[in-house]
Ligand binder design. Structure first.
Ligand code: NDP
Length: 399
């Protein structure tokens, strides 16, 4: 039984804390720390009301390595689960290194001023983590996360050769607001408004934002307009899936979402550089975040389902085949269980599974910094079925 330290008490953080508390046989002591202790306390209250026991709340500035080191030393956790923002990845990794503690996150490092999605700076920690004898698990959310594990599972069991992968992310939930984002607005809008990119025959091909649209049919949902985006798991999957010829990522957006986003972009509200407003310095996208509904508050009012999966084409035993490996998650089911909408749920549950496999010694025996698809997918796939994210396969052999 292990002690675990969770940092971040937003939409995803709420799910992680509830699910850790539902796995007490692995996580004996749970510490939840965030910038604002009130958010931690309100999650702790909900956990207690659900008869899932007590958790400890702390406040921490996760940009400050010294504060993090002091917090880690106070509790000596087996693993730190980072579900704060991608801006904090490096400071939390640094604190883990200094205290020789395992690390886990769900999103790659981003610098607040540059909006670059790259693993470069986190991969640069590999040798130091190796020498310290500790393990970092990068991208243990849904995408990245489960989608990478689906690819690893397909490579291990379903194909001799993989030709192409399309990662499909469909959210058919309806929250009834004219415009809102289903996870942190700043991170979400930076991702969607950036140029698209996909990888084909050894080269990255850049597209304009939302330039490529394709209609995909999602099981249990139906056909939806889906747009090609760059998504961080593409960077590690091109290295770790052998013989790949092409990989792309598609996400669904309603026309309403796109129209609002374009209007906001046209008037400069998605800007990430500081500007002066009536004598005050503001960053437009951060100001916009304060005006938009808090994603965690969408939970009770969002109805519908998500379908996220990997459409993979390749061959096995000399025959071509196509596989769609996916999960469907219902927003209201997630709300009933842990007060969250499906986007937070599908991100938080895999973070807990990753932490569980580390605490049980199933993953993490080889030190260093790893993307999730570099590990054995089987125990993770087994846990998905037990922890509330069951997966399905549609397989078609031949053309
Ligand atoms: P939220 O904005 O809802 O929550 C972020 C939390 O981190 C808040 O509690 C916030 O505190 C806290 N925080 C921010 N800065 C600091 C800091 N300097 N020190 C301490 N705490 C801090 O985000 P989400 O819960 O929606 O997302 C959490 C993470 O999950 C993000 O990294 C996001 O990119 C990732 N994600 C990954 C997905 C995947 O599938 N892989 C999908 C969706 C999200 P405060 O309330 O004070 O601001």
């Amino acid at each position: 039984m292990s002690t675990v330290l969770q940092i971040g008490a937003g939409g995803v953080g709420g799910v992680v804390a509830h699910k850790l508390a539902k796995n007490r046989e692995t996580f004996k002591e749970i510490i939840l720390a965030s910038r604002n202790i009130k958010k931690c306390e309100s999650i702790a209250k909900s956990i207690k009301e659900k008869n899932l026991g007590e958790i400890i709340c702390e406040s921490v500035d996760a940009d400050n390595v010294e504060e993090l080191v002091a917090l880690i030393k106070k509790y000596n956790p087996k693993v730190v689960i980072n579900v704060a923002l991608p801006y904090q990845d490096l400071s939390i990794m640094e604190a883990c290194l200094q205290t020789k503690t395992h690390y886990l996150d769900t999103a790659n490092y981003e610098h607040p001023d540059t909006a670059k999605f790259e693993y470069k700076e986190q991969w640069a920690y590999h040798e130091r983590f190796k020498q310290a004898g500790i393990f970092a698990l990068l991208g243990s959310g849904f995408d990245p996360g489960v989608t990478n594990v689906f690819c690893a599972y397909a490579q291990k069991h379903l194909f001799d050769e993989i030709y192409t992968i399309d990662i499909l992310d469909c959210n058919a939930g309806d929250h009834g607001y004219p415009f809102a984002t289903n996870f942190n607005p700043e991170i979400n809008l930076r991702e969607v408004s950036a140029n698209g990119r996909y990888w084909e025959n050894g080269k990255w091909i850049e597209t304009k934002p939302l330039e490529i649209k394709q209609v995909w049919a999602y099981p249990e949902i139906g056909e939806k307009d889906s747009y090609l985006l760059y998504h961080e798991e593409l960077e590690s999957l091109v290295k770790n899936i052998k013989g790949l010829q092409r990989i792309r990522f598609f996400m669904t957006f309603s026309q309403n979402y796109i129209t609002h986003m374009k209007c906001l972009e046209n008037v400069g509200m998605l800007g990430i550089k500081e500007i002066e407003h009536e004598g005050n310095k503001i960053v437009p996208i951060q100001f916009l975040k304060t005006l938009l509904p808090d994603p965690a508050s969408l939970a009770g009012r969002t109805i519908g389902k998500t379908n996220i999966g990997c459409y993979i084409v390749g061959s096995q035993g000399g025959q071509d085949k196509t596989v769609y490996l996916y999960n469907v998650c219902d927003h209201q089911e997630a709300y009933k269980e842990v007060n969250a909408q499906a986007i937070s749920y599908t991100t938080g549950v895999p973070a807990v599974i990753g932490a569980k496999l580390i605490c049980k010694g199933i993953w993490g025996d080889i030190p260093g910094v790893f993307n999730i698809e570099q590990l054995d997918p089987d125990p993770f796939m087994e846990e998905l079925n037990k922890q509330g994210l069951p997966w399905n396969i549609i397989e078609k052999v031949g053309n």
